[in-house]
Design a protein around this ligand. Structure first.
Ligand code: GDP
Length: 456
């Protein structure tokens, strides 16, 4: 095997902390570490077993840099699958950079973004979906996101995909044997059992696709926009949800001129909220910029909270708003339940998927909003422990596999040659192996690892 370049980087965040870690990986990692790290017990790291920790000092040539602990990992039992030394030094930014500099002076090359994880992938330590899980875990902002990423890291999705690919691989092998060696005594392939298998695998992949949106909503949060004509209580609702005065609340129509954005957690669901200027026609140039932005926000939103004033009859503007939101996942929020009701809900109910009545001023009824959002987004019974597709790349691979399974089914139903079925099965398998990274092209791999930070 060719020697791998030995790389090094600061693996902890570029900020002051208690401990900072400089990670070194590659065939020469321990010899490089020996040049800068002198263990108190005088032992050499390059002669050490793996899973050992040493106390000692870091030197840059003749200059002592820091007192540190160095961990030794031996290939293949390390994160990257190579020899690894991790120097845990004091977590000052200057000190970490100084230790890294010493390591680079000793012969290591600076690691590129994601290079450690890329090596783990290339050395067969993790699948591509697990590499992506590392990224999700680092960026997780809540319990559910962290649990889901951890499960992906443990290979939950990979196991599920392999379980789907396995019968396909078996069928492909059987088909090609049958096609290539017609004279041999090979068991004939039953179209019915082939069809049943395709259907079963297809259903499993479709379940993954169906849960994708809910999984994304539960782990990454939901782009949510609050819309409604002026004075219905949008800012008050925004303030209620964020828990403090953020939008300007006034009794005059049209005061929230621009979008106000905030991330809130509502019943365990993270909403990236934008309170908009409203969508009405206006001749005020400043307000019209706000309206334009609101329209843009609306078109990109995954969830719309359309607010209505329950103490007013429905206006033409309200109806227009409902029309704008017709195609969106919408909750109609009937505000001001503390005032006498003048609004007739029949029209709204005929368009909105969910209707919630509340008082943004008192907060009464806001928990119903959380339930309605969870119901609408399918996050109610989302299980972060289950296998789930973590990103758009994986979703597209899964979709492609389903498409080829449909084609496979069609070839059998139409009585095409087994050759044709074989081609479709191969394409489905390829899509699944691209998902796990076993057959991902260089460009895909590059793209994924370029999104990592240096040191990971
Ligand atoms: P926006 O223009 O839609 O953002 O509306 P605001 O949030 O500025 O509210 C307009 C007016 O309605 C303010 O005077 C609020 O205090 C009042 N308001 C908002 N929510 C409620 C509510 O639930 N009950 C009552 N009685 N008044 C409310």
């Amino acid at each position: 095997m060719p020697k791998s370049k030995t790389i090094a980087a600061i693996a902890t965040p570029p900020a002051a902390g208690g401990i900072g870690i400089v990670r070194i990986s590659g065939d020469e990692a321990l010899r490089v570490a020996d040049k800068v790290f002198k263990a108190s017990n005088k032992l050499f790291l390059s002669q050490s077993d793996g899973y050992r920790a040493y106390h000692g000092k870091v030197w840059d040539e003749q200059t002592a840099v820091d007192e540190a602990i160095c961990l030794v990992f031996r290939a293949p039992h390390s994160y990257t699958g190579e020899d690894v030394a991790e120097i845990s030094c004091h977590g000052g930014l200057f000190i970490m950079r100084r230790v890294l500099q010493a390591v680079l002076n000793a012969g290591a090359a600076p690691a590129e973004a994601g290079e450690f994880t890329r090596r783990a992938f290339c050395n067969g330590k993790i699948d591509l979906d697990q590499a992506e899980a590392v990224m999700s875990l680092i960026s997780a902002q809540g319990d559910r996101a962290a649990i889901a990423a951890l499960n992906a890291l443990e290979g939950n999705l990979g196991k599920k995909i392999h379980a789907c690919a396995e019968p396909l691989v078996r069928a492909a092998a059987g088909l090609s044997a049958w096609v290539d060696y017609p004279d041999e005594d090979i068991e004939e392939i039953e179209p019915e059992s082939l069809k049943a298998m395709f259907l079963q695998v297809k259903t499993q992949l479709e379940d993954l696709l169906l849960n994708y949106d809910a999984g994304q909503a539960a782990t990454r949060g939901v782009e949510t926009v609050i819309v409604g004509r002026p004075n219905v209580g949008k800012s008050t609702l925004m303030n209620l949800l964020t828990g403090y005065e953020r939008s300007i609340v006034t009794e005059y129509a049209g005061t929230t001129r621009d979008t106000v954005e905030e991330t809130v957690v509502l019943g365990g669901l993270t909403l990236h909220l934008a309170d908009t200027a409203g969508l009405r026609e206006t001749s005020n140039p400043v307000e019209s910029i706000g309206v334009e932005r609101a329209m843009k926000k609306l078109s990109g939103a995954q969830l719309v909270l359309a607010v209505f004033d329950g103490s007013d009859p429905l206006t033409g503007e309200d109806k227009q708003l409902l029309e704008h939101c017709r195609e969106k996942r919408m909750i109609a929020v009937i505000n001001k339940t503390d005032l006498p009701r003048a609004l007739d809900l029949a029209y709204i109910n005929s368009i909105a998927a969910q209707t919630v009545e509340l008082s943004a001023m008192s907060g009464e009824g806001v928990d119903k909003l959380a339930d309605a959002a969870a119901r609408l987004l399918g996050t109610e019974d989302f299980d972060p422990g289950s296998a789930m597709l973590a990103n758009e790349r994986q979703r597209l691979c899964c979709k492609r596999a389903v498409k080829w399974l449909e084609e496979s089914l069609r070839t059998v139903e139409l009585g095409h040659t087994l050759d044709a079925t074989g081609v479709c099965i191969d394409a489905a398998i390829e899509a699944l192996l691209e998902l796990t990274g076993e057959k991902a092209g260089e460009a895909v791999v590059n793209e994924i690892f370029s999104q990592f930070c240096v040191g990971k």
